[in-house]
Design a protein around this ligand. Structure first.
Ligand SMILES: Cc1cc2nc3c(=O)[nH]c(=O)nc-3n(C[C@H](O)[C@H](O)[C@H](O)COP(=O)(O)O)c2cc1C
Length: 264
């Protein structure tokens, strides 16, 4: 992969284009880089060798991401030029994500969809990106599930806590509540695969509301595990609802065709 024009030009362009957002798409690498992100500008180029403002969910606010010379996004680190990026890859100063208003290139987002809701849990932002894409394409609102006792930033500690919670079939308390669940007939439920299934807080959520008669549409992201086992577990947790077979949505460009296939 090679970028077709130099990075300084990209940066100059992003300033000159009165902060027009690049209309591209986030992609993960092929194995063994499936948890690494790169940004396809969808014009034969990709972000590489420096910073790029990206409005991934086309909401008019861009965050700034750093890409190495091969095009991999930096995450949870200090960039070679000395700036902090968070686990989602966004440039932060004193813990605050730096943003910039940008022109939205898709002037006709889906009309607001008041009967669907996208609910998701995400530890490191991968599932959040998928959720945002579903929200953008369907017009459904987004709700992030947050646990009362947040997971540690260390991957290893998260693994051991998640393992304990799975073994105990725990229901970690959530701080997120959805007061008007009755108004939704379709709920997209997104999560990372943890030990083969959805994280336990997702089951806390599923058991906190009555989803009978509603359609639940699961989507997940994972290192490699498919979605099927988690969907079986969700069906068991919500016997009265119509749980669709769902999508592993690591590649956000697969979301549009999937929604179309579902007639959404
Ligand atoms: C506690 C834990 C357990 C995981 N278990 C699996 C697994 O069983 N199979 C898999 O393919 N990926 C597994 N992963 C990787 C995540 O599913 C993957 O990185 C996911 O895209 C992260 O989503 P997020 O950024 O929204 O948190 C695990 C990650 C963690 C932290």
């Amino acid at each position: 992969m090679k970028k077709l024009f130099p990075v300084f030009l990209t940066l100059v362009m992003s300033v000159l284009m009165s902060m027009s957002a690049f209309a591209g798409v986030w992609r993960t690498g092929a194995e063994p880089n499936q948890s690494r992100w790169w940004y396809d500008n969808e014009d034969g180029t990709y972000a590489a060798g420096g910073w790029q403002w990206i409005d991934g969910n086309q909401d008019g606010t861009a965050e700034c991401y750093y890409f190495d010379s091969e095009g991999w996004m930096a995450a949870g680190t200090v960039t070679p030029d000395g700036y902090q990026v968070n686990e989602d890859g966004a440039w932060t100063e004193n813990g605050v994500v730096q943003t910039q208003a940008v022109e939205v290139q898709n002037p006709e987002p889906a009309a607001e969809n008041i009967s669907s809701l996208v609910v998701y849990f995400s530890k490191t932002g991968t599932t959040r990106r998928a959720a945002e894409e579903i929200g953008r394409l369907t017009g459904a609102g987004l709700v992030e599930l947050e646990v009362a006792d947040p997971y540690p930033s260390s991957y290893e500690s998260t693994l051991s806590r998640a393992q304990r919670e799975l073994n105990a079939n725990a229901r970690p308390a959530l701080t997120t509540t959805i007061p008007d669940m009755d108004q939704y007939d379709t709920i997209y439920i997104g999560y990372p695969i943890w030990y083969g299934t959805a994280p336990m807080p997702v089951f806390t959520f599923l058991e906190s509301y009555d989803f009978s008669g509603k359609t639940l549409i699961p989507f997940c992201t994972s290192g490699s595990t498919g979605i099927a086992a988690s969907v079986s577990d969700i069906r068991e947790a919500c016997p009265g609802s119509n749980v669709l077979s769902g999508l592993r949505a690591n590649d956000t460009s697969a979301i549009g065709p999937w929604l179309e296939q579902l007639g959404r």
